[in-house]
Design a protein around this ligand. Structure first.
Ligand code: NAD
Ligand code: UFG
Length: 345
């Protein structure tokens, strides 16, 4: 056994989790994955072993299982937790709000109680740019008002408030609240990537599945937004840059403690049509598309002011949009059905 720090990664089998585990190993940490595999596949463990040379320990369990979590903190000594387990589909959260509050809020409360019992008081939390709702202006700075427009976003805001209250009650807690913008791409090896179940709800996996021939054409939701080409503008960030942001946050908390709230984005906005063009360049394939009505709840433009994370964490997103698309295409073309034909499409 090495003396590397153990980091519990809830949701570590998921898209961002797998890339965070890879980055943790690269930075000399030992990730332990805690995941119920409700939106992921155990095959990711084989891929991480091939990629990093070590198989992460894996606990197949639910974040709401208090007994299991207590046992985890009793059995192993952890330096910190990176909490990514949760549900993230905006539309589903409108249909099933109780389920979303249960997993995202009750799950986090259960985790925090177990951490306190196990005397682990350092947590990096996946929040989201969705807490800003429809911002009055862009780029978005951390002190903009939080006004989420759907239950998913409200679960993230509630957890942010819980963490602030807990920090206020006991200065030993150390928290980093990371507000992700739009993570895309994949590890450059093509071994791990995004593997959504069913029809992808997000732009990049949909475009990638059109390119690989699994879907016929992209529907572009709205071409009458007040943006340069009329389509929605977002801050796409390479998932490996995002993963490295977690290492920077962890390192900062370990060295300085405190309560950190920061955007993780690039500061650049790209429209849907610009993304399609970048993916066509990366893949050499044409992406057939049609214009469709706006998607309910969508906003025109959302991109970060990333300067706080640059200054505070010494972290900056390094990979450009062509690299994001090239890496996403490598993953998609080598794994046309993701980790193993889960959805049978
Ligand atoms: P993902 O679905 O790929 O990963 C989430 C993981 O959590 C999955 O492996 C899933 O099986 C696990 N999980 C879900 N419910 C669980 C439960 N009750 N107990 C244990 N494990 C459970 O999603 P992702 O894109 O990797 O997102 C990770 C986190 O980042 C989520 O909290 C999400 O809300 C947040 N986030 C994601 C995005 C994005 O666009 N991908 C943007 C902002 C924030
Ligand atoms: N879009 C299409 N066609 C599609 C899918 C998306 O035109 O098939 C467009 C959307 O209208 C939007 C852009 O592509 O203009 C990006 O849409 P995504 O669904 O990929 O991403 P969102 O910005 O809507 O939301 C994502 C996550 C949220 C997270 C948010 C953070 O889904 O959970 O990023 O910024 F909170």
């Amino acid at each position: 056994m090495s003396d590397a720090s153990n980091i519990l990664v809830t949701g570590g089998a998921g898209f961002i989790g797998a890339h965070t585990c890879e980055a943790l190993v690269r930075a000399g940490f030992r990730p332990v994955i805690y995941d119920n595999l409700s939106n992921s596949n155990a095959a990711v463990l084989d891929r991480l072993e091939r990629l990093t040379g070590s198989r992460p320990a894996f606990i197949h369990a639910d974040i709401r299982d208090a007994h299991q979590l207590e046992r985890v903190f009793t059995d192993t000594s952890f330096d910190a937790v990176i909490h990514l387990a949760g549900l993230k589909a905006v539309g589903e959260s409108v249909e099933q709000p109780l389920h979303y509050y249960d997993v995202n809020v009750t799950g986090t409360l259960t985790l925090l109680a177990a951490m306190r019992q196990g005397n682990v008081r350092t947590l990096v939390f996946s929040s989201s740019a969705t807490v800003y709702g429809d911002p009055a202006t862009v780029p978005i700075h951390e002190d903009f008002p939080r006004q989420p427009t759907n239950p998913y976003g409200r679960t993230k805001m509630v957890v942010e408030d819980i963490l602030a209250d807990l920090a206020g009650s006991d200065p030993d807690w150390r928290f980093a609240l990371l507000r992700y913008f739009n993570p895309i791409g994949a590890h450059e090896s093509g071994l791990i990537g995004e593997d959504p179940s069913g029809i992808p709800g997000n732009l990049l996996p949909y475009v990638a599945q059109v390119a690989v021939g699994r879907r016929q054409e992209l529907s572009v939701f709205g071409n009458d937004y007040p943006t340069p080409d009329g389509t929605g503008v977002r801050d796409y960030i390479h998932v490996v840059d995002l993963a490295e942001g977690h290492i920077a946050a962890l390192t900062h908390l370990t060295a300085q403690g405190g309560f950190v709230t920061t955007n993780l984005g690039t500061g650049n906005g790209f429209s849907v049509l610009e993304i399609v063009q970048a993916f066509e360049r990366a893949s050499g394939r044409r992406i057939p598309l049609r214009f469709a009505p706006r998607r309910p709840g969508d906003i025109a433009a959302c991109y970060a002011d990333p300067s706080h994370a640059n200054r505070l964490l010494g972290w900056k997103a390094l990979r450009d949009i062509d690299t994001m698309c090239a890496d996403a295409w490598r993953w998609q073309s080598r794994n046309p059905h993701g980790y193993g034909g889960k959805d049978g499409s």
